[in-house]
Design a protein around this ligand. Structure first.
Ligand code: UDP
Ligand code: MG
Length: 328
């Protein structure tokens, strides 16, 4: 039995999956605006908002509990500590009951008004409808530049292409959610997992606005780490590069050795050559360290995987307890 089968009630149509870390100011506004949108769908099967409290240290959890008391369609998992957004999303997918699941950020940078359009595409037969940011005006120039560069690098190195400028805001059919749930890896770069899953995919465009409530939880270092996670989990090209680079350098070395041997036979030997020797030593020393580093990245990930620890730990559930069949 999976977590999502805790109740025998009919599935709601939509589950909004909302990871939150220290977002006390954003919860009430989010619930209000998303409720408006979801109610306007006038869908008899209903909907649920599923918060994943990712180890918040402020009053996020009380805010969620208040929202749940006001409307039992708001539910939540509270994790035992901060596991990161990707793990929080995985937790959400594990307990989502909806016919479709829609991960969304709580800061309303991605307009929930697009949900109606997403559902329309889903009814047309698409199983994944990802939101694409029409402009990135709300991001700073360096962020836009690095994001651009990252998508290119990722898609160049990896066979599973991730759509450019698509965030985690997307509609996922139940079938897709089931596939993601069967993926056992600890290292969860969700965009990569979604891409691997395949299925019929399409997109809707929207304008992304600036964050008005709370502050961003991602700095450049976190984004860089996420980027490395993404590439190493989706591609082995960085590992293979060294075989080709090593082979090319060895070939050049052999040619050069032949040239030196012939020259010595013809012209005799000279002692000069300290600078070129030094350059060669430093260059190859550096190259070897880099290749070792890349190896280390992968070995480190293997270590994390073989430990087989859970991806997240749940401390409390809100709006999910009660006898089977009961909702609240
Ligand atoms: N978030 C999370 N765990 C973390 C960091 C962020 O659940 O460790 C949530 C955060 O509360 C928000 C979403 O992930 O709902 C996106 O975060 P944010 O808006 O700070 O990212 P940005 O839009 O700046 O990339
Ligand atoms: Mg944001």
């Amino acid at each position: 039995m999976t977590d999502s089968e805790w109740t025998a009630e009919p599935r709601p149509l939509v589950t909004m999956i909302v990871p939150v870390k220290d977002e006390e100011q954003a919860i009430a506004t989010f619930v209000q605006r998303v409720t408006l949108v979801l109610d306007s769908l006038a869908e008899p099967r209903g909907w649920e908002i599923l918060f994943i409290d990712d180890g918040s240290t402020d009053a996020t959890l009380p805010a969620i509990m208040a929202a749940n008391r006001a409307d039992p369609r708001v539910r939540a998992l509270s994790l035992s500590r901060n596991f990161g957004k990707e793990a929080a999303l995985s937790a959400g997918l594990d307990v989502a009951r909806g016919e479709v699941s829609i991960p969304i950020d709580v800061d309303l940078q991605d307009p929930p008004e697009v949900i109606g359009e997403m559902i329309a595409k889903w009814r047309d037969g698409y199983e994944v409808v990802y939101g694409v940011r029409r402009n990135r005006a709300s991001d700073t120039l360096p962020k836009r530049f690095t994001a651009d560069f990252y998508y290119r690098a990722h898609n160049w190195l990896s066979a599973d292409k991730i759509p450019e400028h698509a965030g985690d805001f997307r509609l996922l059919d139940r079938k897709v959610v089931e596939v993601i749930r069967t993926m056992p890896e600890r290292n969860r770069f969700m965009k990569g997992l979604f891409a691997w899953g395949g299925f019929r995919q399409t997109s809707v465009e929207y304008d992304r606005v600036e964050r008005t409530l709370g502050t961003t939880k991602f700095n450049y270092w976190k984004l860089w780490t996420l980027a490395i996670d993404g590439i190493t989990s989706a591609s082995t090209v960085p590992l293979r590069v060294w075989s080709y680079l090593g082979a090319s350098i060895a070939l050049i070395g052999m040619l050069y050795a032949g040239y030196v041997a012939v020259r010595t036979l013809v012209y005799g030997s000279d002692v000069a050559g300290y600078p070129s020797l030094m350059i060669a030593v430093l260059f190859f020393g550096g190259l070897q360290l880099v290749s070792l580093g890349v190896l280390g990245e992968y070995v480190g990930r293997i270590m994390v995987e073989v430990k087989h620890r859970p991806i997240y730990v749940v401390r409390t559930r809100i709006g999910m307890d009660g006898p089977p069949g009961g909702m609240h």
